[in-house]
Write a protein that binds this ligand. Structure first.
Ligand code: ATP
Ligand code: MG
Length: 358
């Protein structure tokens, strides 16, 4: 079976690494021939509005999936005329617009921050006056790693925030005083069977994920599963779906969904019986899903900006190193390290080796 993957980043790379033992082959489609998954399969260099190139992809594969969500829906719909696309164009589209996403959550009875649609500097001023407290203002589309977001404290800042964010459609959200951030990774196959990984506790720095820790037997597990199941059923979703929440005094407040494998699920490579990557592939092929239970207590750190000497990292017992083959650049995710059943000492040592933590 040949899997077409839209996007050639590290998530695509890890999908391929999980798929090879199953006998799968991969064709990556990305505009950047240097994309870090390009060496792991056949590579087609093309833009997402190049329908001829996309047709070439469709003709070479049995199923198409995405490794990042900002693929134009027109490209997904074009491909879907020739080959199955999972998650479906409609499902990916639902996760592309933060405003639509929040409305979907609310319609499914899932608690969200208060939110306001913003289409002009005036409507942002108005939202700020009505809300009367700090807002987090986000571009509706194309945000990642906290990019395209600014806090807004008083209405007098609205013009500046509107201009800095580029005069694009925005959502202004209540700032949630969370005591932790959690996410759930879930998977649903073409025939509707589902699996749920243990909740993961996430630490962000400057809006970017820095550390994830699986939280076994978390008191919010059942509620998170219920919420993600509602979304998957509403979207007739196929594949891995990640759902990020704020834990606010034991209440789950929805942040966002990602229609793909997710950084907060990287620990499942070593820490779960079946990784999120393998289960995504099983789901889109309608193969039986693998068990989502854990094999170890895991904590995962992103390697951001610089690449420490691999030998130093591997000197920490229980450390599993994943470098993505990307050139170092400040603020760029270059790899991750998962520690299985770590001691406090191992955690301290690893943290001291990671560049942008220090
Ligand atoms: P990523 O790609 O890393 O998931 P993103 O760019 O899609 O991030 P969000 O998840 O919406 O953006 O926001 C990034 C981080 O900013 C959140 O994980 C959280 O730490 C903080 N944040 C976002 N929205 C809010 C909010 N309404 N209240 C409090 N903090 C928030
Ligand atoms: Mg997020």
């Amino acid at each position: 079976m040949r899997i077409g993957v839209l996007g050639g980043g590290q998530l695509g790379r890890m999908l391929a690494l999980a798929g090879y033992p199953l006998g799968l082959e991969f064709v990556f489609y990305d505009h950047n021939p240097q994309a870090c998954a390009s060496g792991l399969g056949t590579f087609i260099s093309g833009e997402f509005n190049d329908m001829r190139r996309l047709t070439e992809l469709a003709q070479q594969v049995d199923v198409v999936t995405v490794e990042f969500e900002n693929i134009p829906v027109t490209a997904l719909e074009h491909l879907a005329q020739t080959v199955p696309v999972y998650p479906s164009p409609q499902a990916v589209s639902a996760a592309q617009d933060r405003l639509g996403e929040k409305k979907l959550f609310a319609s499914l009875g899932i608690q969200t921050p208060d939110f306001y649609a913003v289409d002009s500097a005036e409507s942002l001023t108005d939202a700020s006056s009505r809300h009367g407290d700090t807002l987090i203002v986000k571009s509706r589309r194309f945000g990642y790693d906290g990019k395209g977001q600014l806090p807004l404290t008083t209405a007098s800042e609205a013009n500046g925030v509107w201009t800095t964010l580029g005069g694009v459609p925005l959502i202004a959200e209540q700032r949630i005083p969370f005591h932790r951030e959690v996410s759930i990774i879930a998977v649903r196959s073409r025939s509707g069977s589902m699996g749920f990984y243990p909740l993961t506790e996430n630490l962000h720095k400057h809006g970017m994920l820095e550390r994830s820790q699986a939280s076994i037997a978390d008191p919010l597990q059942t509620l998170a599963q219920d919420y993600v199941q509602r979304v998957m059923q509403a979207l007739d979703y196929v594949g891995v779906l990640a759902f990020e929440f704020f834990d606010c005094d034991g209440e789950l407040v929805a942040n966002e969904i990602a229609p793909r494998v997710h950084n907060s699920g990287h620990w499942t490579i070593e820490g779960a019986v079946t990784s999120q990557f393998e289960n995504h592939l099983r789901a889109i092929l309608d193969w039986p899903l693998g068990m989502t239970s854990t094999r170890a207590d895991c904590v995962m750190y992103n390697v951001i900006g610089e690449l420490p000497d691999p030998a130093m990292i591997l000197n920490v017992p229980g450390a599993h190193l994943h470098y993505y083959g990307k050139a170092p650049r400040p603020g760029r995710k270059l790899g991750h390290v998962t520690l299985c059943d770590p001691s406090a000492e191992e955690i301290r040592t690893l943290e001291s080796l990671l560049p942008e933590r220090n």
